[in-house]
Design a protein around this ligand. Structure first.
Ligand SMILES: Cc1cc2nc3c(=O)[nH]c(=O)nc-3n(C[C@H](O)[C@H](O)[C@H](O)COP(=O)(O)O)c2cc1C
Length: 310
């Protein structure tokens, strides 16, 4: 068994957190990650509702017992109703990512949750440290979905050298080798998204899992055009990593206005719709249950780390 701050603090068997992926990580995926020994985080997108959080949390609990919930910090500044909904579920972890979580941390703590934030550079680290989070997630640019511009390994090293808070690594981790690498570097665990996205327990467009299986690690792009096309008011500093398709090839570098991008967008057409996924895409080669993915990564890491035992 791999024993880290994360496994001890959360009472989990493997140091793996299922990333809160808005539009993809509902109750089933979340529950399966927890059932396999990690902790799944429900991905509450900005447009999620209180009812959705309550219903999907119940599904996750029924399958896996405990859960975490991830919220988009910047969106809470407009309306923090989703924080109330999350807190009401008494999750083990609340992730407040992308923005300064200071106004929201006390409420999450009052509900008994550990609070974490994904961070993309040392400046972010200082902001979330001052806000009182319990651990940080160093999220590299390889990650699927919205992220920063520094690669996971340099970012992880820099964050580990810069803080006494426990650090979890995210971005590009999809095998036991990846988990072993970040643990050996000093992380307390891995936060895994893309590796779970070809699982039948995901929600979202039916075509998304197979698109990911067919994609290679060279088939992703860091872009804001899907936010502009769909009128998602993400702060400018965060682009999202998605699979390339006809839409990205056509519009990525054209400088088109929002109305034109919106008109050309079609969420039902796989060649035009967004499928957020990271550079681990080339390691996802089959539609597989999330529980199997989590177990394989954990067992693979045990094997890798055993190489160094005498
Ligand atoms: C489809 C998708 C949706 C995401 N949505 C969210 C989200 O709602 N909130 C969040 O904090 N992170 C979100 N992320 C980022 C993940 O939490 C995580 O950083 C990323 O998946 C880790 O890198 P990996 O995909 O290489 O495993 C999303 C990622 C993906 C792939």
């Amino acid at each position: 068994m791999i024993d880290t701050w994360l496994t001890r603090e959360l009472g989990i068997r493997v140091p793996i957190l299922g990333a809160p992926m808005g539009g993809r990580a509902g109750g089933r995926l979340t529950g399966e990650v927890s059932k396999a020994g990690g902790l799944g985080l429900l991905g509450a997108a900005r447009y999620a509702t209180r009812e959705w959080i309550a219903a999907e949390s119940a599904v996750a609990r029924q399958i896996g017992g405990d859960l975490g919930i991830g919220l988009m910090t910047w969106s809470l500044y407009d309306d923090d109703a989703l924080l109330d909904a999350a807190v009401a579920e008494k999750p083990k972890v609340i992730s407040l990512s992308f923005g300064d979580p200071a106004p929201f941390v006390p409420r999450a703590h009052a509900a008994g949750a550990l609070v974490c934030s994904q961070i993309n550079n040392v400046e972010d680290l200082r902001v979330v440290e001052a806000a009182g989070v319990d651990f940080v997630v160093a999220q590299g640019t390889e990650a699927g979905g919205h992220t920063g511009s520094i690669g996971t390994l340099p970012l992880l090293q820099q964050i580990l050298e810069s803080t006494d808070l426990p650090v979890v690594a995210a971005g590009g981790i999809a095998t036991g080798r990846g988990l072993a690498a970040v643990l050996a570097a000093g992380a307390e665990g891995a936060w895994i998204g893309t590796a779970l996205l070809a699982s039948p327990e995901t929600i979202g467009p039916a075509f998304a899992p197979q698109r990911l299986v067919d994609a290679d690690s060279t088939d992703t792009v860091y872009t804001s055009i899907f936010d502009r096309a769909r009128d998602q008011p993400w702060p400018e500093r965060w682009g999202g990593r998605a699979l390339v398709n006809e839409y990205t090839e056509t519009w990525q570098d054209r400088g088109a206005d929002k109305a034109t991008l919106a008109q050309a967008y079609d969420a039902t057409n796989p060649e035009l719709a967004v499928v957020y996924a990271g550079e681990a895409a080339g390691l996802v080669n089959a539609i597989r249950p999330a529980g199997d993915v989590v177990r394989d990564i954990a067992e693979g890491a045990e094997r890798q780390l055993a190489r160094f035992r005498k």
